[in-house]
Design a binder for this molecule. Sequence first.
Ligand code: SF4
Length: 362
Amino acid sequence: MDWFSDSDDTRIDFAATLTGWYAHHKRDLPWRHTRNPYFIWLSEVILQQTRVIQGRPYYERFVAAYPTVQSLADADERELLRLWQGLGYYSRARNMHKTAKYIAGEFAGRFPESYAELLKLPGVGTYTAAAIASFAFDEKVAVVDGNVYRVLARVFGIEEDITTTTAKKTFSALANRLIQQSDNPATYNQAIMEFGAIQCTPVSPDCLLCPLQQQCHAYLTGRQRMLPVKSKKTAVRERFFNYIVIRQGDRIALKERTQKDIWQHLYDFCLIETEEPMEAFRELPEGRVLNWVLQEGILKGLSDERTHVLTHQKIRARFWLVEVPEGRKVELPDGLTFCKPSETERLPKPILVVDYLKSLRF
Ligand code: SF4
């Protein structure tokens, strides 16, 4: 099927078909009612690796708390991380903050207005630059995200492995050729992504009610499940977190995660990481923390294992609750500080920690 040949009677206008479908099926989402590049950028950062239903309330909270890029640049990082809490991939929030500061400093709070200029912003890649340039400024530059790969691979029967650089070039070239068919690049880009998100879905595409059905290579050859080709499997590293939760009265000992690792600048408990799961307290590696607990605290219990799955890591965590008798003056080990419930509530924390705290009865 040649989608571009004028001499082919079966040629259909790919862009018009998608935008026609979009007009009837699009979800009503708040970032679709704005041309403000800052809000569009916010929504794109929030929606990376996040489902729309989960990201939407965060978008609304961020727009309300930081209505301009300048206000985001001026934000206190701890407050910002607290607002982000539960969304995961916290480096996104920190990078977003850095980019906002850059825009505030270098561009007096005004977003660059072209794809080429947007690409110069720290932390803004080709996808985000294309989204902002097309949605806010109607530039004809195609977005290529996971949804777009899937739709194009299936409709055009592209067998290239989408994790390779050559495939990225192939898909990007095709996407940029297709967008030329449209007079409304903002709508076209949103249409193809929405089509991938709700019609041509990864596991069960709705082919029977699809307007591209008779032109779709995957449908005509029964290869929907095989396309797009994605060969590399992401290696998932398993980590074992033994949290020592030190409590005195209603205060809990917390500390900031300062090392370059997951959850940087979030707060958690005293952590002993091991190579394998630990079942008994005395199996934990000996060290200052363990000696401190044995001297100052009373071991009150051990939680069941809780798992938290990230893209490249699976965290298997257990929480050892240690109580320090009220009134006893102690010097906490390992940079920990006792926090009252109101302080604990305010600090940004990984969701694993938030959930454990909820299960604690005072
Ligand atoms: S026919 Fe099926 S596989 Fe092809 S574009 Fe439509 S939904 Fe996707």
